[in-house]
Design a protein around this ligand. Sequence first.
Ligand SMILES: Nc1ncnc2c1ncn2[C@@H]1O[C@H](COP(=O)(O)OP(=O)(O)OP(=O)(O)O)[C@@H](O)[C@H]1O
Length: 459
Amino acid sequence: IPIQMSSLQIKEEKVKPDTNGEKSASFFLTEDRAAQSLLNKLIRSNLVDNTNQVEVLQRDPNSPLYSVKSFEELRLKPQLLQGVYAMGFNRPSKIQENALSEILVHPPELPQNLIAQSQSGTGKTAAFVLAMLSRVEPADRYPQCLCLSPTYELALQTGKVIEQMGKFHPELKLAYAVRGNKLERGQKINEQIVIGTPGTVLDWCSKLRFIDPKRIKVFVLDEADVMIATQGHQDQSIRIQRMLPRNCQMLLFSATFEDSVWKFAQKVVPDPNIIKLKREEETLDTIKQYYVLCNNRDEKFQALCNLYGAITIAQAMIFCHTRKTASWLAAELSKEGHQVALLSGEMMVEQRAAVIERFREGKEKVLVTTNVCARGIDVEQVSVVINFDLPVDKDGNPDNETYLHRIGRTGRFGKRGLAVNMVDSKHSMNILNRIQEHFNKKIERLDTDDLDEIEKIAN
Ligand SMILES: Nc1ncnc2c1ncn2[C@@H]1O[C@H](COP(=O)(O)OP(=O)(O)OP(=O)(O)O)[C@@H](O)[C@H]1O
């Protein structure tokens, strides 16, 4: 009977988003978060810089605080060490330094649970993949490590890291518990590591019994913040966690740490050690900010051309409010002879990643985009950012956070940058003033009809 109940409940949860307007709104938000996270993974090839200190909160304050500075210190199995170096990792990242010592230095009989938070690109995935690969017994042909991801695509990305890092363990196998991966009833899974989405994993552990949850040694909950934004995932994750044995090591990772994530984390990870790495603050300190007064879209375009005529702009990002403006502007700039890339909301995540990649390689010099797609993109090599439209939220108020995100720089030694805001109405002047007040940093007027003046700002 309990098996029937569980399948019924899942159905109910899936129906809810369609019957409730609020829920479906948050559903779209989730799609965005998952897409953003995937995009980040696709375009990231390096660790992000973060000069902050890692905060460590230990469950047992008397236990010594380790932090490993080398992969050797972790006493990884030789095959794993080989895998790590083959991936080009020389030293553990900040978060790995602390997380891996909590996870691996303690003996397997006394596994430590962990909740870890740090922004995307700081090396969380590699940390828990190493944890799973260290604990797994390749000779045992049943699932021993279970990893939950919010979406199929994210599960695949993590799977790739497991495969790369574990490639010197040819007998290690990985199974994907994702919708569409149908197995025959009564079958048992031989793969030692299972990675999947909560709904399917729950089915495989309970209703279908492909996995014996009592034999799981390491349980990983990845992207907890994205996870709980999806209707039903939170309950499913908790129900999976309840089936696991007491001595199973539980690890939870999240890029952000809102209250809701924190509450969820404490529900699924008993007696945790906690590791946090604060996001590096973005600042406007090294940015010269200007605004240009125009009357309409065409004048804004003209101002942009004047700017290009007067100063050498290696690479620029231009932000528009709507897709329509973005594609119009991209077309106009192309007509002027610029090599333009367009990043637009209707593009698939993989397509967006490809566009960003080309831009990074310098194949195009201008990237025109709307808000939605450009969140979370590193613009390190871009020295000029143009707000063709100022960032506003859905109520038309200034979106300070987005403004900072578009033009701000992280790191004390971040390169100097130039930001130009196009103002085309009283309303947008008002927005600009409010942004200026918010950051308490002057945004100077620039006359783009005056070539000499423009030349000056470039120095
Ligand atoms: N110790 C290391 N040395 C060098 N590069 C590393 C190291 N650890 C991870 N990387 C690389 O840095 C990038 C980011 O790592 P990873 O994907 O693990 O970050 P993350 O925190 O999990 O990000 P996300 O939140 O997007 O999942 C990857 O390209 C990864 O290969």
